[in-house]
Every structure is written in C-alpha cells, then in structure tokens.
Design a protein around this ligand. Structure first.
Ligand code: PAF
Length: 278
C-alpha cells in the first residue's frame, strides 16, 4: 500500500496512471477508521480503477480545542485496517502545513441556506471549514467521484453544492448491532455509554413509525423527553427537516421528503444521526 505525506508525491503518482477512461475514487476522512469508512472505500474500489483515502484531522472544523485534542488519531492502526481491505488503496496523510500552504484559512461560502440549521446553528463556521478543506483536497486528488457517509447528511448536502466536476456520492450509514451509527467518536465513550447511546437510533425509529400519525410537535416533545431520561445523555437538537432544503418543519406536506436529525451529548461526547422518514 502506498502512503504519501506530500501532495507533490501523490499528484505524481496519480498523474502516472491518469489516462482516458481511468477513474479515481476519493474518500476524505479524519482517520480513526471504522467499518463505515471501509464501506465507502469498498464502493470506491468497485467503481474506480484507483482509490485514494485522505487521513487528515482538519483543525479548523473543530469548535473547541478539547474536541480536537481528544479526537482519536492512530495512523498505524488505520493503515493496518486499510491493508486488510486492499493493498491497492493509496493513502494521503498530510500535515496541516501541506494542506494550508498559505497559512490556515477558512473560506466563506454561500450554501443557499443549507447551513442555517442543525449543525450549522450549533457549530459556528463549521461548514465553511469543512468545505474549505474538502475543496483543497479535491483540488489535489482531482477525483472523478468522492464518497461521503449519510450519517453527516448535512455535510453531504453542503459538499454536493461546492464542486460541480466531481460526483459526490452519499453512502448509507453503517450501524452497530444495537443500532448506534458508526463514528470515530464512539471509541471515546465507554461500552455502557455506547449501549445507552443506542437509544438515539431507537428514537429515530420511533419518529419514523409515528411520522404519519403524530404531529411534529408531539414527536419532538416525546424524543426530547425520552433522551433526557438518561443521565448520560443531553439532547442538543432534534429537528424534522425537508431533506432537500434542510429547513425544519412544523407541519408536513405529503409531496415532500423529510428526515429527522439529532445531536446528543453522551458522556460529554457529541454524537449525531439522522433517518429518512418517508
Ligand atoms: O467527515 C469527515 O470526516 C470530515 O468532515 C471531512 C469530510 C474529512 C473533512 O475534514
């Protein structure tokens, strides 16, 4: 498996093999890889001649230093996991100065309102930081397709509106047996808390089952109550929103598609999830 720390090396490698009908699939990550990331890579390996993964913990998208410092990092373990999947994956693991050559920057984007609620409301400037790093990475790798998980559905929608020459492909969320959405952050909470956190998905399923019969207000009240029953959990937001414009709703229009979005602190660790409702 080839690992590049410098973008010049990666670009040379990709240029060597870039030819007509040759396609590059790209999976941008912040490392601490799990089966969810592997599922994106598997899809890319099937659909492309070459698959590149970036492992870069982007400092600008964290809203507090504690979250950045505790974010799990283990490049060797990540590489072992990648080797077990395929030795053909190309790894790009740069340092910040390799990405932000002109100093750390965060560009300002117009996301046409997609960033107004949920993550955008609670994480100041987060999506500008994500879009900036994803654009820088896409400019280096120049892939045909890039793969993102639907767990970060709002991120997926936002990235889809920044680059028109790359196919942005959303992939289904992978879950533990108990339903908890796979996330690099899950390893930073105890096994017992992970069990408690499985109530996040249980509640999303409750929302899906009752979406046609209960009002949005009643559902919201029930989910808020259910989550806050657990001492280890604290609800940050629960929102039912239009799945295209990501605008929260209070009443349902049967012509439209909706998703429920949730963010919960479990033992102080922030987990997010979402589910398609109709
Ligand atoms: O989803 C992530 O892991 C990150 O937000 C991404 C897309 C790799 C950008 O740093």
């Amino acid at each position: 498996m080839k690992i590049f720390y410098k973008k010049s090396g990666l670009i040379d490698e990709l240029n060597k093999s870039r030819e007509s009908k040759f396609s590059i699939g790209f999976v941008p990550t912040m490392g601490a890889l799990h089966k969810g990331h592997l599922s994106l890579l598997k899809k890319s390996l099937i659909e492309n001649n070459t698959t590149v993964i970036s492992i870069f913990v982007n400092p600008t998208q964290f809203n507090n230093t504690a979250d950045l410092t505790t974010y799990p990092k283990n490049l060797n373990k990540d590489c072992e996991l990648l080797e077990s999947l395929s030795d053909e994956i190309i790894v790009f693991a740069p340092q910040a100065k390799e990405i932000y050559t002109d100093g750390v920057i965060t560009n300002e984007y117009d996301f046409h309102g997609l960033d107004k609620y949920m993550e955008g409301e609670f994480r100041d400037n987060h999506f500008n930081a994500v879009a900036t790093v994803v654009e820088l990475l896409l400019d280096i790798v120049e892939p045909n397709s890039a793969y993102f998980g639907e767990k970060d559905y709002q991120q997926l929608k936002i990235i889809s509106c920044i680059k028109s020459n790359v196919d942005i492909i959303g992939c289904a969320t992978l879950r533990d047996k108990n339903g908890l959405a796979l996330s690099s952050r899950n390893n930073t909470i105890s096994i017992e808390s992970r069990e408690t956190a499985s109530n996040i998905f249980k509640n999303l399923n409750y929302v899906k089952s009752n979406f046609n019969t209960l009002s949005v207000e009643n559902i919201t009240a029930k989910v808020t109550h259910n989550i806050n029953l657990f001492e280890q959990m604290e609800l940050e937001y629960f929102v039912i929103a239009d799945q295209d414009k990501l605008e929260p709703i209070t009443t349902v229009n049967v012509e439209k598609k909706y998703r429920a979005f949730i963010a919960v602190f479990v033992d102080g660790i922030r987990l997010i999830d979402n589910i398609a409702l109709n």
